[in-house]
Design a protein around this ligand. Structure first.
Ligand SMILES: [Zn+2]
Length: 401
């Protein structure tokens, strides 16, 4: 499975889905944010216009040009380039403020728990959010770097939302050397985001910001689920994490019923399960799904087709952390880190470090999260494998509270 996943067409489709439109409906927190941001953007735009007005006045450039003719034209071009660069930096500041505003609004609202938890996940730095603004000289810079026809964006990897803004270096006089520190190149126009699981980064291009907060929230919930579900590296793990992320996160197939049954490829599926599989099977971003499925078609005994059987059996997006909660994540990690021997060594008077950390994480779970963990059948084998005795009894009792 690729470590860096680029997002293209599905995100545009997402913007038109009913789930995403609902995110911006009147009266929702998203629409309140949008109204605020419209104001913010208008203010920002007029500031940039004023700035450009100053810098592009011909007189300014003329004063800077010591000689007439060629030098004068070069000085004017340089002044224009500086103005465009400065305007782009300001636009970047505004883009960052917009996305941070969305995260804060999502974390403050209470009627979408998964959204609240996903924003909290980002605001506490478990995922880094990188906002990418197109550089002012994108076409020339991309071509010079061997990405002709592509686009150049900043800033990545430095300057995620939990850090101070980071910018890029302007090429002086349009003849100097290119400095591409913290510039991200894309070979294809239309890429509006990517996630890099190596450093837990969700990158969002400003073109995606234009789709509004509903779209961003869908991408955020999708990508955080990838981090929250603790999936492994196999093709099946890759399929299952995408299945969870589309079902629980971005919700492209929310309108397709999981109760309706369909018969496809000689198997029974629920309609939403089939819709997500079929999308992943055909999309070039997930070629490993088609490869793993097709590789088993030659096996006449369907019971021996292990990948296909596992795909068919995965009818619901079972996840150790379906709502992207940081509290469930801490508890889950602490549970995996605890052994029966740690539990045997643990007493209230003399706490074991691992068991104590796990119990502390347990006490921080919200009541809805305790219920969710208790009903989640993925936890039963974990509890019995990692805990024993009075510690196990304490955990079971606490989960019923
Ligand atoms: Zn994904």
């Amino acid at each position: 499975m690729a470590q860096v996943a680029r997002r293209r067409a599905p995100e545009r489709a997402r913007a038109d889905s009913p789930a995403v439109r609902a995110g911006g409906s009147a009266g929702s927190p998203a629409s309140a944010v949008q109204a605020l941001l419209r104001l913010q953007e208008q203010a920002g735009n007029s500031a940039v216009s004023r700035f450009l007005g100053v810098h592009e006045r011909p007189g300014v450039a003329l004063q800077r040009a010591p000689h007439g003719g060629h030098a004068e034209a070069a000085a004017r071009a340089e002044a224009r380039d500086v103005a465009r660069y400065e305007a782009t930096r300001r636009r970047h500041d505004r883009n960052r403020a917009i996305v941070q505003g969305w995260l804060n609004a999502g974390a403050a609202q209470h009627h979408d728990t998964r959204l609240r938890d996903s924003c909290e996940w980002a605001n506490t730095g478990r995922a880094k959010i990188s906002v990418l603004t197109k550089v002012h000289d994108s076409a020339a810079r991309s071509a010079a770097a061997g990405h002709a026809g592509g686009a150049a964006w900043f800033s990545y990897p430095a300057g995620d939302l939990t850090s101070a803004a980071s910018y890029y270096t302007r090429r002086p006089h349009q003849t100097g050397a290119w400095d591409n520190t913290n510039v991200n190149f894309e070979d294809v126009a239309g890429v509006d985001g990517f996630s890099d699981s190596n450093n837990h980064t969700i990158a969002l291009m400003e073109t995606a910001i234009a789709h509004g907060p509903g779209y961003f929230y869908g991408v955020l919930k999708h990508e955080v689920q990838h981090a929250a579900d603790d999936h492994g590296p196999s093709a099946l793990d890759g399929y299952q994490t995408e299945f969870r992320a589309y079902w629980l996160g971005s919700g492209e197939y929310d309108s397709v019923s999981p109760r309706a049954q369909v018969e496809r490829l000689g198997y029974h599926w629920n309609a939403r399960q089939w819709a997500i599989f079929h999308y992943l099977y055909r999309d070039p971003a997930y070629t490993y799904v088609k490869a793993a499925w097709d590789a088993e078609n030659a096996e006449p005994n369907r019971a021996l087709r292990t990948f296909q059987q596992a795909v068919i059996a995965f009818t619901r997006p079972e996840s150790v952390n379906p709502d992207n909660s940081i509290r469930v994540d801490t508890f889950y990690e602490a549970l995996k880190d605890t052994t029966p021997a740690d539990c045997a060594a643990h007493t209230p008077a003399s706490p074991n470090v691992k068991a104590g950390a796990m119990l502390a994480a347990l006490r921080l779970l919200e009541s809805g999260e305790r219920q969710q963990v208790r009903r989640n059948r993925l936890y039963e084998p974990l509890l019995t494998a990692h805990l024993q005795g009075s510690v196990l009894a304490t955990v079971r009792r606490t989960l019923t509270l």
